[in-house]
Design a protein around this ligand. Sequence first.
Ligand code: IMP
Ligand code: MG
Length: 175
Amino acid sequence: MEHLDILISEEEIKKRVKELAKEITKNYKGKDLCLICVLKGAIMFMVDLAKEIDLLLEMDFMAVSSYGNEKTSSGVVKIIKDLDEPIEGKHVLIVEDIIDSGRTLSYLVKILKDRKPASIRICTLLDKPEKRLTDVKVDYVGFTIEDKFVLGYGLDYMQKYRNIPYIAVMKDEDN
Ligand code: IMP
Ligand code: MG
């Protein structure tokens, strides 16, 4: 799309997803893994990652609100859709699209820990550490990026652009 600048290409994403999946496969060998997708942003990443992981795994989905339709954090996190299955005794890997302030993830980890999983780790495609407000520990990071508003490959701006196969920034935008 001509009003977008590519930040991370489709090829770069594919390559990095394979590397992450390899690491995850190695680290969870012999264990039952449950991938938890944080909807909707992490959907593309989760699907591509899951296909590259060579383990028997479960996939479950959760939706929380954090930003509404704006580009800045509201600070309000609310569960919109909960997991379908219990996670007690399971090795849980939360799959996120992007971590910014860290509020969404801190909240998620807190409520999921109460359900007594065997372990809980975080895998994010993108990390924007500059505006971090919480000390959430991220175990797997695809790419660390500058504090810019990005879209594509699951990430939206006003619910659009999720279907773009690369990560982009808007041209002439005051990010
Ligand atoms: P946090 O709670 O501030 O860490 O925000 C995390 C959530 O905000 C992510 O799961 C995204 O849904 C959304 N978000 C943060 N930065 C961006 C961005 O640059 N583009 C699109 N969505 C974003
Ligand atoms: Mg998200």
